[in-house]
Design a binder for this molecule. Structure first.
Ligand code: C2E
Ligand code: CA
Ligand code: CA
Length: 624
C-alpha cells in the first residue's frame, strides 16, 4: 500500500524534498526554455521574413495566429528562464512564482503542441509537435506521478478524440497503438525519474539532517545553533536576548559510577529536559554534558530553576544540577561562537561555587576573559621572547635549615599585563590544552640554569619542577625529560618531578607506566599537595613516590588547631612506615618549623625561608 502511494507520489513530502524537486525542475527548465526561445525566435523570424518577401500563400489571419502562438510560447519560456536564473542565483527565494510560471509554461506548451500537431495531422503529416511537447512537459519537468498520469491521460485522450473526429481523415490502427504506446512510455519514464529523484532527495535530506543534528541527543548541534543564532539576532534584534551555557555538575561522577552507556542515556534525558524548558527557543548540545541556549532574558532564572528541579529528581542517588553562565549580546552581529564562549566563561566562575547556579557575564569578567584570551594567544611568543621566567623557592633541611633543593615556579612577566602569576595563566593553559608547552619551557630553563651552575662550580641542589596531569596526555613526558636532561647533560638526581595529587587517578595504567619509566631514569617523583584532595591514600598505595609534599592547608590556624598537629604527626609516621621522604609546604612561622622538625618532617618550604625568587637572588642568599 505504502509502496503504491510512493509510486503514485501520494505520500507526504518534507519541505526539504519539495524544495529539492522545485530546484531540480527549475534547473531543467533552463535547458527547456533556452531550446524553446531559440526555436520560437527562429520561427518568428522566418515568418516575418516570409511576410516581408510578400508571401501570399497564407492568409493574414494565419500569420497573426501563428505569430501570436510563437510569441506567447516564447514569452512564457523567457519568464521561466529569468525566474530560474534568479532563483538559482539566490536573488529570489520564494518557490511559488516558479511553480506558477512552470504550470503556465506547461499549459502553453501542451496547447501549442495540440494546435500545431492537429493542423499537421489534418494535412496528413506526423503529430511530432504534440509528442515533443509532452516529452518536454512530462519528461524534463518532474510532477508527482498521479498528476502526470491524470493530466497526460486527459491530454492524450483529448488529442485522440480530436484526431478521431478530424474531418475526412481515418486514423489507422497503427497510429492508435503508437499513440498510446508513447503515452505509456512517457508515464513510465516520468515515474522512474520521479522515484529516482525522490530517493536522491531523501538521501540528501538525511545527510543534511546529520550535519545539523547532534547524533546522540537528536537536538540541534552547534553548526545549526551558530547559523540560526545569527539569523535570530538579525531578525529579532539583540535586546533582551541571552546566550546560556549549561554545564551539568556531577555528571562525571555519574559516569564513573554507572558507566559510559548510562552516561549517554543521561545526556539524552538532560537534552530532553532542556528542549522542554526552552521549547520556543534555540538550543543545542555544545559538547559532552554541555548545552547552549539562545533565549529571552524574561523569567530565565525561573525557567532554569524548573530545569534543575526536573534534573535533580531524575536520579535520586546523584544530585544533578545545571550550572549556567549567561551572556547578553551587545549588537545584532554578535558572533554566536564568542557569545557562547563568554557564557561558558561565566559558568566556569561558579563551577566550584556551592549554592550559586547562575551567573551573568559582566565587565570585570570581560577583562579577565580578555586576559585569558591574551594568555592563550601569546604563550608561544612569551616563551620565545623570554617573558616566561623561572622563580626558585628554596627548600631547606628541617634539622639545620641548610638549603637542600629548590622548586621551580613559573612566572610570566609580560610587557602588556606586567607580572602574571600561575593562578592567572595555568588554568587557562590547562583548559586550552597548551600547558605542555609551558612545562617544557620551564624544564628547559631549569636544565639550562643547572648546567650554568654546574659549569661555574656553584653548590648545586636538586630542582623540582611541576608537571600537570594533562602533560601526560598531550606529550611524551618521558622523552621530553630524557631529551632535555641529555641536551644539557644534567645528572638525573638533580631533577625532581612534582605531580599534584588531585591529578592522579588510581586506574590510569598508562600514566603509572610512564611515571615508572621516568623514575627508572633516576628522576625522583614527588607527590605534590598531599592531603588537599580526596584520593591521597589510594594514590600513595598505587604509585611509588619518592617523597610527598604535604599541603599547606594543614598549617592554617596551626596555633589554635590541635587536630592539625595530630594529623601532621600521623602523616609523618605513616610516611616513615612506607619509606617516603616528607616535605611540608607553606611554612611561614618559626613555631610551625619547630613543630615539623620535632615530628620528623625532613624538608621545609615556605615564606619563612624564602619566597620564590630569581636565580641570581637565590644564589646570593644561599650561596648556591
Ligand atoms: P604548588 O606547586 O603547590 O606551589 C606552591 C605555591 O605556594 C607557589 O605558588 C608558592 O609561591 C606558594 N607558597 C610557597 N610558600 C608559601 C607560603 O609560605 N605561604 C603561602 N601562602 N604560599 C606559599 P605559585 O608560585 O603561585 O604557584 C601556584 C601553583 O601553580 C603551584 O602550586 C603549581 O601547582 C602551579 N605551578 C607553578 N608553576 C608551574 C609550572 O611550571 N607548571 C605547572 N604545571 N604548574 C605550575
Ligand atoms: Ca609544586
Ligand atoms: Ca604544592
Amino acid at each position: 500500500m505504502n509502496r503504491a502511494r510512493r509510486w503514485l507520489g501520494l505520500e507526504k513530502r518534507s519541505s526539504f524534498v519539495n524544495n529539492y524537486f522545485d530546484t531540480a525542475n527549475l534547473k531543467s527548465s533552463i535547458y527547456m526554455s533556452v531550446i524553446v526561445i531559440v526555436l520560437e525566435a527562429w520561427m518568428i523570424i522566418s515568418l516575418l521574413r516570409r511576410l516581408a518577401m510578400g508571401d501570399d500563400s497564407r492568409t493574414p489571419e494565419w500569420y497573426v495566429q501563428h505569430l501570436l502562438w510563437y510569441s506567447v510560447f516564447l514569452a512564457t519560456a523567457v519568464c521561466m528562464l529569468v525566474f530560474a536564473v534568479c532563483f538559482l542565483k539566490g536573488i529570489v527565494t520564494n518557490h511559488l512564482p516558479g511553480k506558477i510560471i512552470m504550470i503556465c509554461f506547461a499549459t502553453v506548451a501542451m496547447a501549442f503542441g495540440i494546435n500545431v500537431s492537429y493542423s499537421d495531422y489534418t494535412k496528413g503529416e506526423q503529430i511530432l509537435c504534440f509528442v515533443v511537447m509532452a516529452v518536454f512537459v512530462m519528461g524534463l519537468l518532474n510532477w508527482r506521478p498521479w498528476i502526470s498520469i491524470t493530466i497526460s491521460l486527459a491530454l492524450f485522450l483529448l488529442f485522440y478524440k480530436m484526431m478521431e473526429n478530424a474531418p475526412g481523415i481515418e486514423m489507422s490502427y497503427a497510429t492508435q497503438v503508437n499513440f498510446f504506446t508513447v503515452w505509456i512510455t512517457l508515464v513510465m519514464v516520468s515515474m522512474a525519474v520521479y522515484l529516482q529523484r525522490l530517493s536522491e532527495a531523501e538521501k540528501d535530506e538525511k545527510l543534511e539532517k546529520a550535519s545539523y543534528i547532534d547524533e546522540l541527543t537528536g537536538i540541534p548541534n552547534m553548526y545549526q545553533f551558530r547559523r540560526r543564532a545569527s539569523a535570530i539576532l538579525k531578525n529579532e534584534g539583540f535586546e533582551g536576548k541571552l546566550f546560556l551555557y549549561l554545564d551539568v555538575i556531577n555528571f562525571k561522577s555519574f559516569n564513573e559510577k554507572y558507566g559510559f552507556d548510562s552516561g549517554n542515556v543521561l545526556i539524552q534525558e538532560l537534552a530532553q529536559n532542556v528542549s522542554i524548558i526552552f521549547k520556543d527557543d534555540l538550543y543545542a548540545r555544545y559538547s559532552d554534558d554541555h548545552f547552549v541556549v539562545l533565549t529571552d532574558r524574561k523569567d530565565v532564572e525561573t525557567r532554569l530553576k524548573k530545569l534543575n528541579m526536573m534534573s535533580v529528581s531524575m536520579h535520586h542517588d546523584t544530585s544533578l544540577t545545571f550550572k549556567v553562565g549567561s551572556y547578553a549580546p551587545t549588537d545584532v552581529s554578535a558572533d554566536p561562537t564568542i557569545a557562547c564562549d563568554h557564557a561558558r566563561y561565566a559558568c566556569s566562575k561558579i563551577k566550584k561555587h556551592f549554592g550559586l547556579n547562575y551567573l551573568e557575564y559582566d565587565k570585570p569578567m570581560d577583562d579577565l576573559f580578555h586576559k585569558r584570551q591574551y594568555i592563550i594567544t601569546h604563550l608561544h611568543e612569551a616563551i620565545a621572547e623570554g617573558y616566561i621566567q623561572v622563580y626558585y623557592q628554596p627548600v631547606v633541611w628541617s634539622k639545620d635549615r641548610s638549603l637542600c633543593g629548590a622548586e621551580a615556579l613559573a612566572r610570566w612577566i609580560d610587557p602588556q599585563y606586567g607580572f602574571l602569576s600561575p593562578a592567572d595563566f595555568i588554568p587557562a593553559l590547562e583548559e586550552y590544552k597548551l600547558i605542555h608547552h609551558l612545562d617544557r619551557a620551564i624544564l628547559e630553563i631549569v636544565c639550562r640554569d643547572l648546567r650554568d651552575s654546574l659549569d661555574h662550580g656553584h653548590n648545586v641542589v636538586p630542582v623540582s619542577f611541576n608537571f600537570s596531569r594533562l602533560d601526560f596526555e598531550l606529550t611524551d613526558v618521558k622523552a621530553e625529560v630524557e631529551e632535555l636532561a641529555a641536551r644539557y647533560d644534567i645528572p638525573a638526581e638533580y631533577l625532581h618531578m612534582e605531580i599534584t595529587e588531585s591529578a592522579l587517578t588510581t586506574s590510569d595504567l598508562q600514566l603509572k607506566h610512564t611515571v615508572q619509566l621516568i623514575q627508572n631514569m633516576g628522576v625522583q617523583l614527588w607527590l605534590d599537595d598531599f592531603g588537599s584532595g580526596y584520593s591521597s591514600l589510594n594514590v600513595l598505595k598505587d604509585y611509588n613516590f619518592d617523597a610527598m609534599k604535604i599541603d599547606m592547608v594543614f598549617l592554617h590556624h596551626f596555633k589554635e588547631n590541635e587536630k592539625s598537629k595530630a594529623i601532621l604527626s600521623s602523616i609523618m609516621s605513616m610516611a616513615d612506615l612506607i619509606h617516603m621522604d616528607t616535605l611540608t609546604e607553606g611554612v611561614e612561622t618559626e613555631e610551625q618549623a619547630q613543630y615539623l622538625s620535632e615530628i620528623g618532617c625532613q624538608r621545609l618550604q615556605g615564606y619563612l625561608f624564602g619566597k620564590p625568587m630569581p636565580l641570581d637572588e637565590l644564589r646570593d642568599r644561599f650561596g648556591c
